[in-house]
Design a protein around this ligand. Structure first.
Ligand SMILES: Nc1ncnc2c1ncn2[C@@H]1O[C@H](COP(=O)(O)OP(=O)(O)O)[C@@H](O)[C@H]1O
Ligand SMILES: N[C@@H](CCC(=O)OP(=O)(O)O)C(=O)O
Length: 265
């Protein structure tokens, strides 16, 4: 099989329980599948969410803080916890990881994004698995005051990373099997779309908001990600994070989840 550069984004709803604590079973299955794909020769970049949720649980705050500075503090605490667990789990499979935290400025500024590209390429050359999140402790201020709209959700961030690294494939692991023709939580008869060739107005209309208190963007941000990835020549697949074994089939090109086809030049 051809070796691919793959960005995998995993959302808060897959990484945590409803209590806000980390879902260690899902994390273990994720790390095992990614380590295995890495062992097959693929290059892997992991974009991970959940810092704010895990920090909230760790600090015993009861509910997700509304105050910005508390959210940012929770992210700082949660990010440490998450990286600790990833490092521990990947180490069991003899894989090295690196942490990259990004803000909107980092990807917008040509100098910074050039450095970022070189860092990713050096890490991948050394067979390290970069683990990326938004630098929430710094950047939420920008997001909430509306000065920068570039980031703010990891779906978009993962597509920007895929574009920056010229990845072949972006996989979004969510709490749902893919894009349906309507939000299945409110429309029980909704049907799964297997392939999307173009983001037509009809497709864009299908997307609704987040499915749980822990998720943020819902399908709307996933379609924004698809727009960036498809234009960058990268296929994107939305699939359910509860079946990590599906990652193998997706990488092999099987019909799993919803695949958004790259625009080929
Ligand atoms: N057309 C749609 N197809 C599938 N899911 C949808 C759709 N519209 C809205 N959703 C909601 O999007 C949710 C997934 O996004 P989100 O809650 O942000 O999770 P994540 O943390 O995985 O990013 C689903 O649980 C679902 O309720
Ligand atoms: N950067 C934030 C997550 C933002 C985000 O997009 O969350 P999600 O919709 O669960 O992928 C955090 O780590 O808490």
């Amino acid at each position: 099989m051809e070796k691919q550069r793959i960005v995998v984004k995993v959302g808060t709803s897959t990484l945590t329980h409803d209590s806000g604590n980390m879902d260690l079973r899902n994390m273990e299955h994720l790390v095992r599948a990614l380590s295995d794909l890495h062992g097959m020769g693929h290059e892997i970049i992991l974009v991970t969410s959940a810092a704010i949720t895990v920090g909230t649980a760790r600090l015993g705050l009861g509910e997700r803080p509304r105050e910005l500075r508390m959210k940012q503090a929770a992210a700082a605490v949660g990010q440490c916890r998450i990286m600790h667990i990833y490092d521990k789990l990947f180490s069991e499979y003899n894989r090295s990881v690196a942490q990259i935290l990004l803000t909107g400025d980092d990807v917008e500024d040509p100098d910074r994004s050039a450095h970022l590209r070189s860092t990713f390429s050096a890490l991948l050359e050394m067979r390290v698995i970069p683990i990326v999140n938004e630098n929430d402790s710094v950047s939420s201020a920008e997001i909430e005051t509306g000065r920068h709209k570039v980031l703010g959700d990891n779906d978009t961030l993962s597509a920007i990373v895929a574009e920056l690294c010229q990845a072949n494939l972006l996989i979004l692991l969510s709490d749902i099997d893919g894009l349906y023709d309507a939000d299945p939580r409110t429309h029980p008869g909704a049907r799964l779309l297997h392939q999307v060739d173009a983001l037509t107005p009809e497709v864009l209309e299908m997307a609704g908001g987040a499915g749980s208190w822990r998720g943020t963007g819902g399908m709307a941000t996933k379609l924004s990600a698809a727009r960036i990835a498809m234009a960058a020549g990268c296929d994107m697949v939305i699939t359910n994070g509860n079946r990590m074994e599906d990652l193998y089939g997706i990488v092999a090109g099987q019909d799993i989840g919803t695949r958004f086809l790259a625009q080929r030049a």
